[in-house]
Design a protein around this ligand. Structure first.
Ligand SMILES: NC(=O)c1ccc[n+]([C@@H]2O[C@H](COP(=O)([O-])OP(=O)(O)OC[C@H]3O[C@@H](n4cnc5c(N)ncnc54)[C@H](O)[C@@H]3O)[C@@H](O)[C@H]2O)c1
Length: 376
């Protein structure tokens, strides 16, 4: 798949860490509206600089645009790309408003184009291992999930000094203004939605529990720094999802079933262990075994080699999956409607600022296929 990158910031540097390892992806050019950023990125990575978005969109050799711009630009950039006949792989969220995200999905459908997006950790070994154990009935009937997306006390971590490989500053303003729920809920939600199918309702509470962050972003512009949501899935499972940039770092996911508990320490990490605690019955009493069985992480030779290489996250898993789905004429594993669903849930949680409300979720998506190596 011949791709162009639009948005050459912090995350684009992360995509470049693995992009050239993937034969499915050929990077044609890159564009950023910030000339200095564009130049620094292209020089550092040896990428051809485009002269404008129009050049990218008019280039018939570009099939797909990786939209790596800031969240508030996603809608306009993705729309322009789809209107120009390009497939789009977007960083999350699809858009900052539900109607805009829906419009993008409708536009892609109308034009017969693919719209896919991040996060792509669902395609990695821990998610696929946990999902297979779930499908194999290792914990029996699941009924509850706990997912944490807590990032520590972010504003005290020296975030102004964080830089990507080509010098891109970490966009801490986005983190505070867009909010960590919109930025991060998707990591856990892609797993939970693939495992349990569509959600029908969300009851959430969101707040700014540390108002003064000393990063020059006025309180009125700050989104919630803490949110908690109860997500009701159509299948009957309920998930409690917490997102924060104030509580101790914790990216764990735990699934509770009648016969056991499955957990992983960090749904971001490519080699995060997956553990199974069985429920045991002794003399008529059932209890959770204190001993965890560490499940071998699934993966074919390619998945093993890629995730072990430097134990770094491979941001290109999603674009590679899109390239293969297009080439094989099959639905992708991160389809537009899954991205829309994730976006809708994250927006619903964010909208619950300072007050709980139960919100019906209207988007739906078809069942997602596991990776081929996690199928049997
Ligand atoms: N920073 C991270 O650690 C991280 C990790 C995973 C995902 N993401 C996601 O990646 C996306 C980008 O985040 P980032 O950290 O790279 O932000 P960033 O601010 O570092 O980079 C975004 C770049 O997009 C450019 N841009 C914005 N609008 C544009 C437009 N209309 N046309 C061309 N260029 C445009 C900006 O000039 C900037 O260089 C976000 O959706 C974010 O949620 C970020």
């Amino acid at each position: 798949m011949r791709i162009a990158i639009v948005g050459c910031g912090f995350v684009a540097d992360l995509y470049m860490e693995t992009l050239r390892r993937h034969a499915d992806l050929e990077l044609v050019c890159a564009w950023d509206r910030d000339a200095a950023r564009l130049f620094a990125f292209c020089r550092h990575h040896g990428v051809r600089m485009a002269t404008g978005l129009d050049e990218v969109l008019d280039d018939p050799s570009v099939d797909t645009v990786l939209n790596l711009t800031n969240p508030r630009e996603h809608y306009a950039v993705s729309r322009a790309c789809l209107e120009a006949g390009k497939h789009v792989y977007s960083e999350k969220p699809l858009a900052m408003r539900l109607d805009e995200a829906e419009a993008l999905v409708a536009l892609a459908d109308d034009r017969g184009l693919r719209l896919s997006g991040a996060p792509s950790r669902l395609l990695g070994r821990p998610a696929q291992t946990m999902w297979k154990a779930l499908r194999d009935g290792r914990i029996g009937q699941p009924y509850l999930a706990y997912a944490e997306m807590d990032d520590g006390l972010l504003h005290r971590m020296g975030v102004r000094r964080w830089r990507g490989a080509s010098g891109a500053p970490w966009p801490y303003r986005d983190e505070l203004e867009v909010g960590n729920t919109i930025e991060h809920a998707g990591y856990a939600l892609t797993w939970l939605c693939a495992f349990f199918g569509p959600a029908r309702a969300v009851t959430a509470f969101a707040s700014r529990v540390v108002p003064e962050k000393r990063l020059g972003v006025p309180l009125a512009r700050q989104a919630a720094d803490f949110s908690v949501a109860a997500i009701e899935f159509e299948c009957g499972v309920v998930a409690r999802l917490t997102c924060s940039i104030v509580a101790r770092h914790d990216h764990s996911i735990t699934l509770f079933g009648e016969d056991g508990v499955l957990s992983t320490d960090d749904c971001w990490k490519p080699e995060s262990p997956v553990r199974l605690h069985r429920r045991l019955t002794l003399r008529g009493r059932t209890f959770e075994s204190p001993f965890a069985r560490r499940l071998p992480l699934l993966g074919d030779a390619e998945a093993r080699a890629l995730s072990r290489k430097r134990r770094k996250v491979d941001f290109c898993l999603g674009p590679v999956e899109l390239a293969r789905a297009i080439a094989e004429g099959r639905p992708g594993r991160l389809p537009a409607r899954l991205c829309l669903h994730i976006t809708e849930i994250a927006l619903a949680i964010t909208a619950a600022m300072d007050g709980a409300a139960r919100v019906a979720i209207r988007s739906r998506f078809d069942a997602i296929e596991p990776m081929p190596w996690a199928h049997a």
